[in-house]
Design a protein around this ligand. Sequence first.
Ligand code: HEM
Length: 150
Amino acid sequence: MQQKSNLLNLIYQYRDEICHLNQMKILSVSPFEKNHYIDKIEERTTLFIKQLEEVVNEEETETSEPGEPLEFTLEELAAFDGTSGNPAYVAVNGIVYDMGDVAAWSGGRHFGLNAGRDLTQQFTTCHQGVTTRLETLPIVGRVSGTVNKL
Ligand code: HEM
């Protein structure tokens, strides 16, 4: 899922740079200076779109290959916390589940717990590890290093 975090990094980087250029444009005293920043914003936006296309094309190539389940490190899983429009994924016994359609997990929150983490221990404590609750959930992949047969 490296692409997803690349995508997020690209978006945050673009946002920060455009905010800065916009401020410079607003603070500009001469029309020449203002046009300079307008050009810069346009240039940066063109580059951003090109970068997005590259990541999406890469992503399509990866997801179009059937077979191997997706692998998440715990750091990568943390990006899927169900906030700011991100999907809500939770790992239990090394399997990564999509909680997007579970009402009890709306916004990536569930009884004080946040999505984007390995919650095996909490699941055992709170649901006695009864995985029937999870059987209807979409499986997204597994936590890297775990050997679960998906
Ligand atoms: C603090 C620990 C937890 C507590 C107190 C708790 C409590 C509950 C309760 C009361 C419900 C029923 C909610 C409803 O129907 O509106 C529920 C549903 C659910 N819980 Fe938890 N839970 C906890 C942790 C977890 C963890 C770690 C998972 C991991 C995946 C999980 C997965 C689910 C799922 C998938 C449902 C919906 C199941 C269904 O509707 O059939 N819960 N939980």
